[in-house]
Design a protein around this ligand. Structure first.
Ligand SMILES: Cc1cc2nc3c(=O)[nH]c(=O)nc-3n(C[C@H](O)[C@H](O)[C@H](O)COP(=O)(O)O)c2cc1C
Length: 399
C-alpha cells in the first residue's frame, strides 16, 4: 500500500473548518456524543446496491461488523411513493442496529422529506447523503459523486436533511435515539478541494463523514478502476475534520483493517467488495474458516429477516458471491437450486427455502480452507461486480 500513497503537506494548505468557534465546537461535540451513543463503531459495512439488504447486514454483524448501511435509496422515490418505501423493509429489527439509511439525490426538498420519513420508521440511527455514486444515472441528476462538483448544492442538501432530522429529533419520544445526518464522499485529485468540501459539509451540519479514497473517475470502469484508494487523502481529511471520519477503500482482510487505521488515523474503517465475498476475512469476531460456513450463516440470516429469493441469489451465486466456485463444482444439485432463485417469484415456487439451503451448505464436505485457495478464477483477475460502473481489479494476491 505504502508505494501508492503520496505525502501531503497540510501546512501548505490554508483551509479552515471553523473548528475554533464556539458554535462549531458545540456542533462537533454533539456529533461525537451521537457517535458514542451508537457505541463508537470501528468496523463498517459499506452501502451496496443489490447487496446490503438486512440479511447480509445481519450476517456481517454476526461476524463482527459494528455498523451497516442500507443500499442507496432514491430520495425522490422514497419521498413520493409508499410502494417504493415498502421495498425497504427493516426486517433485521434490533439485530440490525446501528444502521445508516443512505439516500441518493440532489434536490434538497426531496432529501429532507425522505430523511424525515426514513427517520420516522424508527429503524435507523443516521441518514446519509450519497456523494460517491459515479454512474450515468447519477450524472443525469447531478447526484452522487457529481454533487461534489456543485458544493453549494451539496451544502444545501445537507442543511435541508439536517433541518428535517433536527425536527425529527426534537419531536421524538423520550428515550428514543437521535438520528444523525451523515455524508459519504469520494476524493478529488486535488486534496485541497476535497478538504474544502469536507469542511463545508461539516459546517452545513454533517455529523460523520465517510471518505472513499478514490476519485469519481477511478470508479468508472475496468480500465481505470485498477487504481487503489488513496489512504493519504483520507488521512488529510481526518486530520482537519472535527467530526468522526470513516475510511473506505482497499479493505479485504483483517490485516487491511489494522493497516488502514494506522495509515489514516480514521475513527472507523468500512469495507465494500471485500466483505461481499469473504466477510469472515474482514470481520473476525468469530472463527469461521470457510465460505461454506459463511454461506450457511447467510442463509440463517435470510430466514430470520425474510430475504427474497432474488436477494439470496445475489449473495449465493455470481462473481462476488459467498458461494465459492469450488463448492458449486462439488454440489451440482445446489447449483440447480440456486439457479431457481433468480426470479421475482416467492419462495414457494423455488423448490427450496433459506433453511433448506443452510442445511445443504452445512452438509457439504469441509473444504479446510481450500475454497479460499482454489484456483476458481478468483485470484487477481478482473472482477465484474455486477453493478456496471463499480468495477475494480484486485492486484493483491491475497484475494
Ligand atoms: C455492488 C456495489 C454497490 C454499491 N452501492 C453503493 C451504494 O449504494 N452507495 C454508496 O455510497 N456506495 C456504493 N458502492 C460503493 C461502496 O460503498 C464502496 O464505497 C466501494 O466499493 C469502495 O470500497 P471497497 O474498496 O471496500 O470496495 C457500491 C459498490 C459496489 C461494488
Amino acid at each position: 500500500m505504502a508505494e501508492v500513497l503520496t505525502a501531503i503537506d497540510l501546512t501548505k494548505l490554508h483551509i479552515s473548518n471553523d473548528a475554533t468557534t464556539d458554535a462549531a465546537a458545540a456542533r462537533n461535540e454533539a456529533a461525537w456524543a451521537w457517535y458514542a451513543s451508537i457505541g463508537s463503531p470501528k468496523l463498517f459495512v459499506a452501502p451496496l446496491v443489490g447487496y446490503s439488504e438486512p440479511a447480509f447486514r445481519v450476517l456481517c454483524r454476526t461476524l463482527g461488523a459494528q455498523c451497516c448501511s442500507t443500499p442507496m435509496i432514491d430520495a425522490a422515490g422514497y419521498a413520493a411513493s409508499p410502494r417504493y418505501r415498502a421495498e425497504y423493509a427493516f426486517s433485521g429489527g434490533a439485530a440490525d442496529r446501528p444502521l445508516t439509511a443512505q439516500l441518493g439525490g440532489s434536490d434538497p426538498a426531496a432529501l429532507a422529506r425522505a430523511a424525515a420519513l426514513v427517520a420516522a420508521t424508527g429503524h435507523c440511527d443516521a441518514v446519509e447523503l450519497n456523494m460517491g455514486c459515479p454512474q450515468r444515472c447519477a450524472k443525469k441528476t447531478g447526484s452522487g459523486a457529481f454533487l461534489m462538483e456543485d458544493p453549494a448544492r451539496a451544502v444545501a442538501c445537507i442543511k435541508a436533511m439536517r433541518a428535517a432530522l433536527d425536527a425529527h429529533n426534537a419531536g421524538r419520544p423520550a428515550g428514543a435515539p437521535k438520528v444523525a445526518c451523515v455524508v459519504k464522499i469520494r476524493c478529488f485529485d486535488d486534496v485541497a478541494r476535497t478538504l474544502a468540501l469536507a469542511a463545508a459539509l461539516e459546517r452545513a451540519g454533517a455529523e460523520m463523514l465517510t471518505v472513499h479514497g478514490r476519485t469519481r473517475h477511478a470508479g468508472g470502469g475496468r480500465r481505470t478502476a485498477a487504481q487503489l484508494a488513496n489512504w493519504d487523502w483520507i488521512r488529510a481529511v481526518k486530520e482537519r475534520a472535527g467530526i468522526p471520519v470513516i475510511s473506505n477503500g482497499n479493505v479485504r482482510h483483517a490485516a487491511d483493517v489494522a493497516a488502514c487505521f494506522e495509515a489514516t488515523g480514521a475513527d472507523g474503517v468500512m469495507s465494500g467488495v471485500g466483505c461481499l465475498r469473504r466477510p469472515h476475512a474482514v470481520f473476525t469476531a468469530r472463527a469461521v474458516s470457510s465460505r461454506r460456513d459463511v454461506a450457511a450463516m447467510y442463509c440463517d440470516a435470510a430466514a430470520a429477516t425474510s430475504a427474497t429469493p432474488r436477494q439470496v441469489h445475489a449473495h449465493l451465486v455470481g462473481k462476488l458471491a459467498l458461494t465459492s466456485a469450488a463448492a458449486l463444482r462439488r454440489a451440482p444439485d445446489l447449483r440447480a437450486l440456486l439457479g431457481a432463485l433468480d426470479t421475482a417469484h416467492p419462495w414457494a415456487t423455488t423448490g427450496t427455502t433459506p433453511a433448506a439451503l443452510a442445511k445443504i451448505f452445512r452438509d457439504l464436505p469441509d473444504d479446510g480452507g481450500d475454497d479460499d485457495r482454489a484456483s476458481d478464477d478468483e485470484h487477481g483477475t478482473p472482477v465484474d461486480d455486477g453493478c456496471g460502473g463499480w468495477q475494480k481489479v484486485w492486484r493483491d494476491k491475497r484475494f
